[in-house]
Design a protein around this ligand. Structure first.
Ligand code: PEP
Ligand code: MG
Length: 537
């Protein structure tokens, strides 16, 4: 029995046969050739074939997982259309008189290295993508087949790393868990594990010799066991049984109301970052979307998303939720969510800097594009608009002025749209303290406890070294929540919580007694919270 420690990406226990995703090390021959024109033609043909494969992968992913996850293949196709990449390949073929495979391999390595050394998480992650596309072109040039997993029964997938294209081509019904050496919490493996609700772990020193052996993944404890002994197997079989029982019990709560024994009900919604999370929200029977973090649309791109692009996404969200509430938060970038094309510049204190609504108010053209898309999409369902990082009444009046201008422009242009309820996030102490005033200006409040806690306790939420000081149940935060709910009710509007605290089941009863009207949590937490609410008196 061997035991390895890694880092949890998604919770849970899995027991099964290990299927190692074998990737043959791509050995690229370095050949000298005078036929540069011939090599350039070979590269062009392979590049075109790669682009058409990527287009097919885009369609498959869009259908099976969702548009947001499919976009990565659009990015890949775009990389293959990039002049810098192609010029580099041509240069190596021509100037060094090398074969196409070698030129692609060197170009891929150089680009991957450049991306990896960038001081930006988004670009760092593109390093894997550029390797992925280069390997694809080389495979086409050499006629090699793609790496595949040999799993006739549902198995624990073990791999060094999973590229986006490998992940999407896997037969999902055959995967019990993911175990990889590389990856990050934002990697595709992580996204897929979350969407599929299967345990996953990274930073494990994987080994091909494990293929076919039995494995146990306990991602809650960050461990992966290969070849477990009988006693360990027994313990984990019992734990797995327990986990499955719990899952089954929770499944029984689908379709049931989220109400206490005495009949007090609460709206139980889901937080999402893209369209595929909406599929997951529906799967877990969320009553609506309490927080659609629209900034992920901006973060996944290299330039501003257009009104049409945004409209298509918001409309799809509204349609998928078929009349249920979809609360879309306007752009919340800045601080930990940086978007290079916004050119925000360096700040000493980004969490308290130029972010969220502050950017939108200073750059009304960006804000207006999003608002136009939102009001247009509102005609296709039950969209609500929510503004982040509010601190003052003056911000509210500036927002109202811009919203009025947007509606007047749409009217003038004869563009169809629908009015939508508008609310604010209460995530700064300033906003919480003036909720009596804000409540007169908006239709609802949603308390962002992640930022509210950060600003109330003066604890940078990005700084793990402060974990010991971060009391998420601090009386100051709880009082601000209560004050917000009371002021909302006094003005006849509703108040919910969409920060992580909403899923903290040790507080569910407290929130119910405060009169919180809505809780919005990650899709897999919906049924867990429903159970606690139904157990309350
Ligand atoms: C919050 O601050 O609680 C919140 C929900 O927003 P985010 O985590 O995206 O800042
Ligand atoms: Mg926030």
């Amino acid at each position: 029995m061997e035991r390895y420690t890694g880092k949890k990406i998604y919770e849970g226990i899995a027991i099964g046969k290990i299927a190692y995703l074998g990737k043959k090390e791509q050995v690229v021959e370095r050949k000298h050739t005078e036929d540069s024109e011939g090599e350039k033609k070979r590269y062009e043909a392979a590049r075109e074939e790669a682009i058409s494969q990527l287009r097919a992968l885009y369609t498959k992913t869009k259908e099976e997982i969702g548009e947001a996850d499919a976009e990565i293949f659009d990015v890949h196709a775009m990389m293959l259309e990039d002049d810098g990449y192609n010029d580099s390949v041509f240069n190596i073929i021509e100037a060094q008189k090398m074969n196409a495979e070698y030129a692609v391999a060197v170009t891929g390595d150089n680009f991957a290295e450049t991306f990896a050394s960038m001081d930006d998480e988004y670009f760092k992650a593109r390093s894997v993508d550029v390797k992925d596309i280069s390997e694809r072109v080389i495979r086409i040039l050499t006629g090699e087949s793609e790496a595949s997993v040999d799993a006739s029964v549902p198995s624990i997938l073990v791999a060094d790393d999973l590229t986006p294209s490998e992940t999407v081509q896997l037969d999902k019904s055959k995967i019990l868990a993911f175990v990889t050496r590389k990856g990050s919490s934002n990697s595709h493996t992580a996204i897929l594990a979350r969407t599929m609700n299967i345990p996953a772990i990274i930073n494990i020193d994987v080994n091909e010799s494990w293929n076919g052996k039995t494995g146990i993944l306990d991602s809650d404890k960050n461990i992966f066991i290969v070849d477990p002994d009988e006693a360990t197997m027994k313990i984990y079989e019992a734990l797995l049984d327990e986990q499955n029982q719990k899952k089954l019990l929770l499944q029984e709560l689908k379709g049931k109301p989220t109400e206490t024994k005495s009949g007090k009900s609460i709206m139980l919604y889901a937080n999402v970052g893209n369209l595929s999370d909406i599929a997951s929200a529906l799967q877990y029977d969320a009553g609506g979307i309490g927080l659609f973090r629209s900034e992920f649309i901006y973060l996944g791109k290299e330039t501003y998303p257009t009104e049409e692009e945004q409209f298509a996404i918001y409309r799809k969200a509204a349609e998928l939720m078929a009349g249920k509430k979809v609360i879309i938060r306007t752009l919340d970038i800045g601080a930990d969510k940086q978007c290079d094309y916004f050119e925000l510049g360096h700040e000493e204190n980004p969490a308290m800097g130029f972010r969220a609504i502050r950017i939108c108010l200073k750059r009304p053209e960006v804000f207006k594009t999003q608002l136009r898309a939102l009001f247009r999409a509102a005609a296709y369902g039950n969209i609500c608009i929510m503004y982040p990082m509010i601190t003052s009444m003056s911000e509210m009046s500036q927002i109202k002025k811009i919203v009025a201008e947007v509606k007047a422009e749409l009217d003038e242009q004869g563009v169809p749209y629908k009015d939508a309820p508008q609310g604010v996030m209460i995530e700064t102490p300033a906003a919480a303290v003036i909720t009596d005033l804000l409540a007169k200006e908006v239709d609802f409040f949603s308390i962002g406890t992640n930022d509210l806690t950060q600003y109330t306790l003066a604890i940078d939420r990005q700084n793990a070294a402060l974990d010991d000081f971060c009391d998420t149940h601090h009386e100051a935060v709880l009082r601000l929540i209560k004050m917000t709910v009371d002021n909302a009710h006094a003005a006849g509007i509703w108040a919910g919580i969409c920060g992580e605290l909403a899923a903290d089941t040790s507080l569910t009863e407290t929130f119910l007694s405060m009169g919180v009207d809505e809780l919005s949590v990650a899709p897999p937490s919906v049924l867990k919270v429903r159970k606690i609410v139904r157990d309350c008196d």
